[in-house]
Design a protein around this ligand. Structure first.
Ligand SMILES: [Zn+2]
Length: 377
């Protein structure tokens, strides 16, 4: 019943509408119109002002005709760079970018699936559970569209985010993440004339980083330092370095331990650097900021939405497995608010690169699964 050709056309149209984070206005307007035309009760929330963007999240409600729990179906409207002037190339088994930009299958493949399912339900008058569509902004900018969503106003407690790669993977577990910032302060001095009066903040940071556990910490935990800035000239001992990083874990206590380990490495390095200036003892300092970026996702195999997807897959003769991911997505935020949301793959591949493509067989499969989930309650 899914019309694969129509769904690919929709996808290609959506991919051609530029929608970098905070600039999703054009695609949001198109989608709000599409959802209204499909008889949805549509609104755009007030997240635009909160994120400094040109539109809020698009939310559509489609009252059901089956006595079953409503389901939330979500995908994000924004894409990463390079994402302007995308020219999708259609091949027999896939759609790819022309190699100069990303494709935006992440996550317009998810959006196209939701629209196709709604179209089939309407034209075939298929009985279905209530469907709440949430097309978010700024997922790629730190899940901030979902963070500003008024979750209390949503009618559904269970749902699917369509925002991952293989169609046979249902992601039910994902790590919580901390965002880390370390400001190291030393003491500026002339590097040639009076180096003994300075404290080199770059050196302090280097010593801290050298003793830090980073990368894959254990099966559930990862850590990274990804940005560093500091110093002003080669003949000045630098008095300030800022280092940004992250830590992620499926286990809250391991995450807390890793984040504080990273902060402690900086503090220890700072303690080892001191000079006496004008009779005063001056030492390096570190200001460590640890902020929770997003909560973990941890659905049991008995969560309703997991059962719905597994039952649908069985009826369709498909194999779908529950998996864990090391990434974060809007589902983390929604689960943090007490909803039960899993992330189903759409067939996108090599996302966030100019080699991105969408496997049409998988794209169609996920549309069939979603249609089965919403219509067979
Ligand atoms: Zn995505």
């Amino acid at each position: 019943m899914i019309q694969p050709e129509r769904m690919v056309r929709t996808f290609i149209e959506l991919a051609q509408i530029d929608s970098l984070s905070r600039q999703e206005g054009a695609v949001a307007e198109r989608l709000a119109g599409d959802l209204k035309a499909l008889d949805g009760n549509v609104r755009v929330d007030d997240a635009a002002a909160k994120v400094g963007g040109d539109t809020g999240n698009v939310i559509g409600f489609f009252p059901g005709t089956l006595p079953a729990e409503p389901i939330l179906l979500s995908a994000h409207m924004d894409t990463v760079v390079p994402g302007r002037g995308i020219r999708p190339v259609r091949e027999t088994d896939r759609v790819r970018s022309d190699g100069t930009t990303i494709l935006g299958g992440d996550d317009k493949s998810g959006i196209a699936i939701v629209l196709e399912v709604l179209r089939v339900l309407k034209e075939r008058k298929i009985p279905h559970r209530s469907i709440e569509v949430v097309f978010t902004i700024c997922e790629e900018a730190g899940l901030v569209g979902a963070k500003h969503l008024d979750v209390g106003s949503l009618k559904s407690r269970h749902g699917l985010v369509l925002d991952s790669c293989p169609a046979d993977s249902l992601f039910t577990r994902g790590p919580a993440a901390d965002k880390l910032a370390f400001v190291v302060r030393g003491l500026a001095a002339h590097a040639g004339v009076s180096p003994e009066e300075g404290i080199n903040a770059i050196q302090v940071a280097a010593e801290a980083i050298a003793r830090m556990r980073l990368g894959r910490i254990d099966a559930e935990t990862t850590a990274n330092l990804g940005l560093i800035e500091g110093g002003s000239a080669v003949n000045i001992i630098p008095d300030r370095v800022v280092v940004h990083g992250e830590a992620r874990s499926h286990d809250e206590s391991k995450l807390a331990a890793q984040s504080s380990h990273m902060a402690e490495c900086f503090r220890e390095a700072a303690r080892a650097h001191r000079v006496t200036k004008d009779g005063q003892d001056v030492h390096a300092t570190v200001e460590a900021t640890i902020d929770r970026d997003y909560p973990r996702m941890n659905l049991g195999e008995d969560a309703p939405v997991v059962k719905w997807v597994m039952a649908a897959a069985t009826r369709l003769g498909l194999g779908i497995r529950c998996e864990k991911t090391g990434g974060g997505c809007d589902a983390n935020i929604l689960n943090g608010h007490g909803l039960n949301i899993a992330n189903l793959g759409t067939g996108m591949r090599e996302i966030h690169t100019v080699n991105e493509y969408l496997i049409l067989k998988e794209f169609n499969q996920t549309a069939r699964v979603v249609l089965e989930v919403v219509s067979a309650a």
